[in-house]
Design a protein around this ligand. Sequence first.
Ligand code: ADP
Ligand code: ASP
Ligand code: MG
Length: 412
Amino acid sequence: VGIIVQKFGGTSVGSIERIQNVANKVIREVNNGHQLVVVVSAMGKTTDELVNLASQISKHPNKREMDMLLSTGEQVTIALLAMALREKGYDAVSLTGWQAGIETEAFHGNARILNVDTTKIKSLLDEGKIVIVAGFQGITKDGEITTLGRGGSDTTAVALAAALNADKCDIYTDVTGVFTTDPRYVKTARKLPSISYDEMLELANLGAGVLHPRAVEFAKNYSVQLEVRSSMEDERGTIIEEEVSMEQNLIVRGIAFEDQVTRVTVCGLPNGLHTLSTIFTTLASHGINVDIIIQSTTNQEKTNLSFSVKTPDLEETLEVLEKNKETLAFETIESESGLAKVSIVGSGMVSNPGVAAQMFDVLASNDIQIKMVSTSEIKVSTVIEQSQMVKAVETLHEAFKLGEEALTKVNG
Ligand code: ADP
Ligand code: ASP
Ligand code: MG
């Protein structure tokens, strides 16, 4: 027998009826002769509700207590699912993150998994039990509860699959797979039969919420065979694997986007050797994540620096910069919120120059002004007005022929 890891997200366990449905999916694989480890998220919007409760008490809740709070969501689901399985005559046992041996770094709110001690899970599996594990949480060396960042249950599942050397890891969710772009926004989005780890990693990092980026990282590093599929519909999902043969005429495989982007411009910085390192070291030491960076030199002595941050980080970014105004020696700061980032991703771009130009052309022809750009071998990202985000995604989706209809035309 082989081990299978299944993961069910919030919507998929959002009600008792859905938990029963999950139990049936688990039972099906057990009856196929597999050992099952099942990772679940908090029910429905539970995590959002818990965040909301905390925000009614504090603007900046203590991070340790926040993890204590948020980790409760998953604990409800594991117990209910174990009960549902027992009621159906199957021996199941639920484990919290620490009981399952998930050790993380000591970083509240967004901890990385450092190690998985599978001793307990393995012995429970050997006793013939179905093991249900709480996603999204772990424990530090000092016994403190941590969480893995929003969407982190995916990472729990893949880390367990890697540590247990599982045959496969199935991510069950509320869409039928990974699409060319978010199907909730673009009706013509098409399900991809497969996608490479690298492309999926870019899409996830650039805002496609269907998989937690670190889950894809783990899957790539430990060659875990991943499938994203529907917890409701019984159809094949999307396989995430090492190499994917290029679909005909598809240089761009997907489009990702995220809102809540702000551009910060620091004007009149000294044009010196250490300017960049000083400013970004200062921001990094406060845990502020900077994304796209553009430097423009106005004259020999002075330089301007623009960079993008997530809008919720703006307040702290400005505070940190102002506090260090003397050392950084800048003149003024400007910021523009209400922006979004739209990115095209595809490994075919490496060998096809002109993809970026085509993207800029499509946006310009639709009166969408590009405020910042960043590229890598397999992606091009643009920052635009948030109000034009969906329109930009739709027009790019069409222009790069990613839709259902476009594909039949190309092939037929
Ligand atoms: P879960 O609770 O199961 O983890 P998530 O909400 O985290 O589910 O992820 C699934 C959602 O990801 C979908 O409902 C969809 O709106 C969104 N999504 C974003 N980009 C994509 C994409 N390229 N393909 C499929 N879904 C996507
Ligand atoms: N419940 C957590 C969240 O909502 C983790 C997850 O669903 O993956 O972010
Ligand atoms: Mg998720």
